[in-house]
Write a protein that binds this ligand. Structure first.
Ligand code: SF4
Length: 456
């Protein structure tokens, strides 16, 4: 039997793309292999958001070359953002790669495998955002669902608009139908994915909104949905679904109606990822973020006032070109004031095609490292305090499955894991029948990145 192994690098968007790739391969009769060495096809789904991710990919590719030398029948495929960005130059550098294709060509995987050895497939086919691809999801209880692809924002450090293309929203009817199907197979929570979900809005409403791909009307999908809060309202009505999350929200497009939706729709969780990147207006300007720190704070304060017990996470870039000591201090102070529940912090990384490459004032690696270290140090302390503050509370937890330690270990099969509405991981003891249910858990202990509790 044909077998495959997928190695995924990068963000949730890539994780979900890998689920789609696995779904396609399983439909073609492949089975998923536990070990890389046993796989007839190894697929690297790559990320190019930072230089480090790219280095990781090339190092993995080097190891695969050795495996392929021992097993020449093994096929190697490369997909994702590096495939899109580098195209045929990956094939030149690594001629042992059999198939290479960009994110928008995922649906062509079977034919590409049949016809391996061809040049890179990096074109943007018309209507690719409407293709319905059945994903093979690892967890039945929580699922990622794309609502849009690409980005129009062109932040000066970011390669996404170049590798994932311009913004394209899926039809609301297709999204609702996908979630209804997921709920039928046990899904209780969806995370809606888009580079900037706040700007969701089908551009071809009159051709397809509220209809499936064959043009048939789709039950439960309103013809009138034209923005993200309206989409949330529609998804909120899906019976059997308990929770809705979404990522990522661009602060410039965070509207009053989204704040209202978060405050009033019972299934929308009290958690938001709102990337700040920097608290210095001059750095934000150079990043082309299109908001000031004051704009950001004004929206965040409105959100916090409207959504009780809101968890907020963010992205921070340390050492952007031209960032002065004062700029950096402003960012550290903002982190201390806002007290985020989580931060994805990275040092600035040069990315091909991006405008920031040409900005003056690129900083030495040592300075970027030191600044990143300070951000992480400050945030670690805040995280511990925030986690500790949950001890003693009773939290609603959606049970997702066995906890990490129990997976595959019979002796501790009663250890379960789930998430609070804020998105914090909770581990507790309970029977496996609870998987997929909402339970009340009294939090008894805070760990570094998770909580421990007892079932009430
Ligand atoms: S909003 Fe900016 S950072 Fe986010 S994907 Fe688009 S260009 Fe990149």
């Amino acid at each position: 039997m044909k077998s495959f192994k997928i190695l995924t690098f990068g963000c949730q968007m890539n994780e979900h793309d890998s689920e789609k790739l696995a779904g396609i391969l399983k439909a073609e009769g492949y089975r998923e292999s536990e070990r890389l060495e046993d796989a007839g096809l190894v697929l690297l789904n790559t990320c190019s958001i930072r230089e480090k991710a790219e280095q990781k990919f090339y190092s993995a590719l080097g190891k695969l070359r050795e495996l392929k030398e021992q097993n020449p029948s093994m096929k190697i495929a490369v997909s994702g953002c590096i495939a899109q960005q580098e195209g045929n130059s990956v094939l030149k550098r690594a001629p042992y790669v059999d198939v290479l294709f960009g994110n928008q060509n995922i649906g062509r995987l079977p034919s590409l495998l049949e016809d391996s050895g061809q040049p890179a497939s990096t074109e943007f086919p018309e209507g690719y955002e409407h293709a319905v691809i059945s994903a093979s999801r690892e967890n039945a209880v929580t699922s990622f669902v794309n609502i849009m692809y690409g980005c129009d924002n062109f932040c000066t450090y970011c390669v996404v608009p170049f590798v994932r293309g311009r913004e394209r929203s899926r039809r609301p009817g297709d999204i609702v139908r996908e979630i209804e199907e997921l709920v039928k197979s046990g899904c209780r929570e969806v995370t809606l994915l888009g580079q900037n979900v706040n700007s969701y809005g089908p551009v071809d409403r009159h051709q397809g909104a509220g209809h499936d791909d064959a043009g048939r009307p789709v039950s439960g999908a309103s013809e009138d949905i034209c923005n993200f809060p309206e989409l949330l309202k529609e998804i909120n009505t899906i019976g059997g679904l308990c929770r809705i999350r979404f990522v990522t929200s661009h602060p410039k497009d965070l509207s009053d109606s989204l704040i209202d939706a978060m405050a009033n729709l019972p299934k929308v969780c009290n958690a938001i990822h709102l990337p700040l990147q920097s608290a210095s207006d001059s750095v934000l300007g150079c990043m082309n973020r299109k908001y000031t720190f004051a704009d950001y704070m004004e929206k965040l304060n409105r959100l916090k006032a409207s959504v009780p017990d809101l968890a907020v996470s963010t992205d921070i870039i340390a050492g952007f070109p031209g960032e002065t000591e004062d700029d950096f201090r402003a960012t550290l102070e903002a982190i201390e004031d806002i007290r985020y529940d989580g931060i994805f912090a990275f040092k600035y990384s040069r990315r091909p095609m991006t405008a920031a490459l040409k900005l003056p004032g690129h900083l030495p690696e040592k300075v970027k490292d030191e600044r990143l270290y300070k951000v992480l140090e400050v945030q670690d302390k805040i995280m511990q305090e925030k986690i500790g503050a949950r001890v003693g509370l009773v939290e609603e937890v959606l049970v997702e499955g066995p906890d990490k330690l129990s997976r595959g270990a019979i002796h501790c099969a009663r250890r379960l894991a789930g998430k609070t509405r804020q998105g914090k991981i909770v581990n507790f003891e309970g029977p496996p029948e609870l998987v997929g249910q909402l339970v009340q858990i009294k939090i008894t202990e805070g760990k570094k990145h998770s909580l421990i509790g007892v079932l009430i």
